[in-house]
Write a protein that binds this ligand. Structure first.
Ligand code: AHG
Ligand code: MN
Ligand code: MN
Length: 337
């Protein structure tokens, strides 16, 4: 048995004590994200019952008709975060424009970017899904409404990032940057508390021989991507081999496994998605920071993901993320083409 039980709230407060200049706002912000995660988790766990409960005429807690789970998750996060005075604006994968803070609430100094429900095509088949979040400090003047410029910052400026995975357990994993490390908390549903279960996560070194990619798109990739995967498979004259393939199709789940076991997760560009599929602000950048803080790397094939300055809220990028050794290998293959 572990010698102490640490809740996520306690952990956030302890981490803040290590930074005496911190205002307390930042801790409160992370606490509110954890609260939103618990609400979404509860609803995700009920997902398979929606039809049954709907048939008996039941409605959800707010008395609203049951709606799509990703729209629900978006609403939960906005409502949990807009009124507490931490944020100057938000942006979500589910919304075209930035989300302002309503005038009646205090305006804060942070920006929250999020993918409310990642892997949503997996909901109906009871496979793990997640929520991804990214926090920046604002760049526009304090006390004024947040702007697009506050959202369009490179990933290396993130002050916190993380994800929640709704899997066989619900876990929240977050980092406050490379020096703060990456910490994982598992939700004890009977207590309603996230408890520290994975302190100071490091990607295993040497890495597990696991690659994770949607191989059905092989014919649409460039030569470099094809040769890289040939190498993992040990075919077409490439050495290597000895690799396993794992692909869930929920990025949060594939990245979570990559963090804990090592390996590489890839979503390359292809002829149907020439800029890649994954969004820089809501998916690639936050998970790149988590990965870097756990000793790994994330690249678009030639640049570090954390260096990319997005031009639009919904910009996409190719992504190669995981054990540094394998991400470096991917870059080498893509350079050679
Ligand atoms: P979302 O559900 O937020 O739209 O994201 C889905 C993403 C990501 O989770 C996953 O890695 C990828 O789409 C899967 O795409 P393919 O089905 O093309 O493999
Ligand atoms: Mn997503
Ligand atoms: Mn999504």
């Amino acid at each position: 048995m572990r010698s102490k039980v640490v809740t996520i709230d306690r952990h956030i407060i302890d981490q803040e004590r290590a930074h005496p200049a911190a205002s307390g706002r930042f801790s409160a912000l992370l606490y509110d994200i954890a609260l939103a995660a618990k609400i979404i988790s509860r609803e995700v766990n009920m997902a398979g019952l929606i039809d049954i409960l709907g048939a008996t005429g039941d409605t959800n807690v707010q008395g609203e008709r049951v709606q799509k789970l990703d729209a629900f998750a978006h609403e939960v996060i906005v409502k949990a975060m807009d009124h507490a005075g931490h944020l100057c604006c938000m942006a979500s994968e589910e919304c075209d424009d930035i989300i302002p803070i309503p005038e009646r609430f205090e305006i804060g100094n942070y920006v929250l970017l999020f993918d409310p429900l990642d892997g949503s095509s997996n909901i109906n088949v009871n496979v793990s899904i997640g929520t991804i979040f990214s926090v920046h400090q604002r760049v526009s003047p304090r006390g004024t409404p947040g702007t697009l410029a506050d959202c369009l910052q490179p990933g290396l400026r993130q002050v916190a990032a993380g994800y929640v995975i709704y899997g066989s357990s619900t876990m929240m994993v977050y980092t406050t940057g490379v020096e703060g490390g990456v910490h994982g908390f598992t939700l004890d549903p009977s207590l309603g508390e996230f408890l520290l279960s994975h302190p100071a996560i490091r990607i295993p070194d040497p890495p597990a021989r696991v690659y994770s990619v949607n191989e059905a798109y092989y014919a649409r990739w460039g030569r470099g991507e094809q040769r890289l995967v040939d190498r993992f498979r040990g075919v077409n004259g490439e050495d290597g081999g000895g690799y396993k393939s794992r692909y869930i199709g929920s990025m949060v789940s594939d990245v979570h496994r990559t963090l804990l076991q090592g390996g590489i997760f890839m979503y390359p560009r292809d002829t149907r998605a020439p800029a890649g599929k994954l969004r820089i602000l809501y998916e690639a950048a936050p998970l790149a920071l988590v990965c870097a803080a756990a000793g790994g790397r994330a690249s678009d094939g030639s640049r570090d993901i954390l260096d990319i300055v997005p031009e639009g809220l919904h910009d996409r990028t190719p992504l190669f993320l995981g054990s540094a050794e394998l991400v470096n290998l991917a870059e080498r293959y893509l350079r050679e083409r």
